[in-house]
Write a protein that binds this ligand. Structure first.
Ligand code: ADP
Ligand code: MG
Length: 237
């Protein structure tokens, strides 16, 4: 069993500046893609059709990179708030259902308590969740179960476990390093870097447990916010 307590100090800060650039680059890319599609529709020359396919796939790659950086765009101080964990978990599940269906993956998110809150930017947290869950689903290309659990101890513990191909000790150690990916053309190696940065800002900690051919668990610990403590007191009265 490989285990690693992620050392956030080592994870590289992604600058807001890079994120703003990513945001600005996204619009022209979308427009390039749109016009290319128009040209492509009328193309009869087989050779040129091939070129178009290559261009589309390269644009997709650029878009993927930007998508994983985008959470850092538009940094506003005032978008910090109370995050209801259940709400964000269920939204992430909803968003990933199409990919899960494609990979014959069942997502199990039962008995998630209502009353747990943490502080942060909900949109960023959503992105962190999606990046972890997406990796889990991608690790189960021949089907499996992605289980989400939310527990309350001194902290809130959110566990995301898959029954996928797992990771070696070396891979676990490299996770979150910029551009570390085992997915070749299909990976950016940025998803976990972004996730670590988001969770670090929320004073979160991640523990990874992985076993080759059995699966991987991400245990995320987050501080309980005042809100949940208040509600708890209210409900026991
Ligand atoms: P990408 O998904 O684009 O490769 P990430 O930063 O999201 O980049 O993940 C980096 C690498 O970590 C992946 O390529 C994969 O090797 C490994 N990884 C992350 N999550 C899992 C998981 N749940 N199961 C197996 N490997 C994983
Ligand atoms: Mg990923």
């Amino acid at each position: 069993l490989k285990e690693k307590l992620v050392d956030f100090e080592k994870s590289v800060m992604v600058s807001h500046f890079a994120a703003s650039i990513a945001h600005e680059v996204r619009n022209p890319l979308t427009s390039i893609k749109g016009f290319l599609q128009l040209m492509f529709m009328n193309e009869k020359d087989q050779k040129k059709v091939q070129y178009y396919m290559t261009i589309f796939s390269e644009i997709d790659k650029a878009e993927n990179i930007i998508r994983e950086y985008l959470t850092f765009a538009k940094p506003h101080k005032n978008d910090l708030g109370m995050i209801q964990l259940k709400k964000e978990v269920l939204t992430a599940v909803e968003l990933l259902q199409p990919l899960a269906r494609k990979n014959k993956v069942n997502i199990s998110a039962n008995n998630i308590p209502n009353h747990l809150y943490t502080e942060g930017n909900a949109q960023h947290f959503q992105q962190a969740l999606i990046n972890i869950m997406k990796n889990g689903i991608e690790a189960m290309s021949e089907g499996g179960i992605l289980t989400l659990q939310l527990e309350e101890e001194h902290h809130i513990i959110l566990s995301i476990c898959d029954t996928g191909h797992g990771m070696s000790k070396e891979q676990v150690a490299k996770i979150g390093q910029p551009y570390f990916s085992t997915k070749g053309e299909n990976g950016t190696g940025l998803g976990m870097l972004v996730t670590y940065n988001i969770l670090e800002k929320m004073n979160g900690k991640i523990r990874i447990k992985s076993k080759i051919n059995e699966g991987t668990c991400f245990h995320i610990s987050l501080p309980k916010s005042e809100n949940s403590i208040l509600e708890e007191t209210a409900s026991t009265n």
